[in-house]
Design a protein around this ligand. Structure first.
Ligand code: PGA
Length: 254
């Protein structure tokens, strides 16, 4: 049984003080939730949020990482620095980083492996662009990204990885894949994971991402291979994100 995982990707939103305020309002709303809950604030809010989340079941995540353990990489953050702040997850390969900062799947693979080395679980994002989608290339693109991005995950560590399938055309656009189309994509991904990790493939959680909101979350989460969501816009408000965490498919009441 895969435990659902709902992750907030705040992107470049919220100061440290705002993150703390969010936690005060949000934590009472998700107490006892069955789903695993993760928040990825900007780096500058990690420490304050880490303190604010102490004693709760909500996990802290980073939005990015550099794979090197230390060195002359101006502006970058190493895996060990994130582990020290209490990060249990880190997002890697988000489409914004791939598109805006030219990150390749090979680089994403190094990040995922470096995170696992310090005990942080990578949330590996994959997804096709609108042009690729319209050209009928979604499956090929996702296969390529997934294969290359997971290339350095050591044997026996597959279960620690979370996959986020985020069709790029659905991110921040208000457009979502239909629950059926999302399920179909997740089924392909599940098959790819089985060929990469064998039986462990069935245990790896696959989140859906791209304009997940209170009014579409239940239908998405009702799909058998959708194990939660990676959420941008709708995670910035405590009530909205709590509603996603407590979506019907978890068995929790809203
Ligand atoms: P969105 O972002 O929910 O605002 O579409 C999702 C993401 O980029 O992870």
């Amino acid at each position: 049984m895969r435990r659902p995982i709902l992750a907030a990707n705040w992107k470049m939103h919220k100061t440290a003080a705002e993150a703390e305020e969010f936690a005060e309002k949000f934590l009472p709303l998700v107490e006892g939730a069955r789903a695993e809950v993760v928040i990825a604030p900007p780096f500058t809010a990690l420490e304050r949020l880490s303190r604010a989340l102490e004693g709760s079941a909500v996990a802290l995540a980073a939005q990015n990482v550099n794979p090197a353990p230390l060195g002359a990489f101006t502006g970058e953050i190493a895996p060990g620095m994130l582990a020290e702040l209490g990060c249990r997850y880190a997002i890697v390969g988000h489409s914004e980083r791939r598109a805006l900062y030219g990150e390749s799947s090979a680089f994403v693979a190094r990040k995922a492996a470096a995170l696992l080395e310090v005990g942080i679980r990578p949330i590996v994002c994959v997804g096709e662009t609108l042009a690729e989608h319209e050209a009928g290339r979604a499956l090929d693109v996702v296969r390529e990204q997934l294969t290359a991005s997971l290339a350095e995950v050591p044997e026996g560590r597959g279960e620690e990885v979370v996959i986020a399938y985020e069709p790029v055309w659905a991110i921040g656009t208000g457009k979502t894949a239909t629950p059926q189309a999302a399920q179909e994509a997740h089924t392909w991904i599940r098959k790819m994971l089985a060929s990469r990790f064998g039986e462990t493939g069935a245990k790896i959680r696959i989140q859906y991402g791209g304009s997940v909101k209170p009014d579409n979350v239940d239908a998405l989460r009702a799909q058998p291979d959708i194990d939660g969501a990676l959420v941008g816009g709708a995670s910035l408000d405590p009530e909205s994100f709590a509603r996603l965490v407590r979506s019907e498919a978890t068995g929790d009441s809203a």
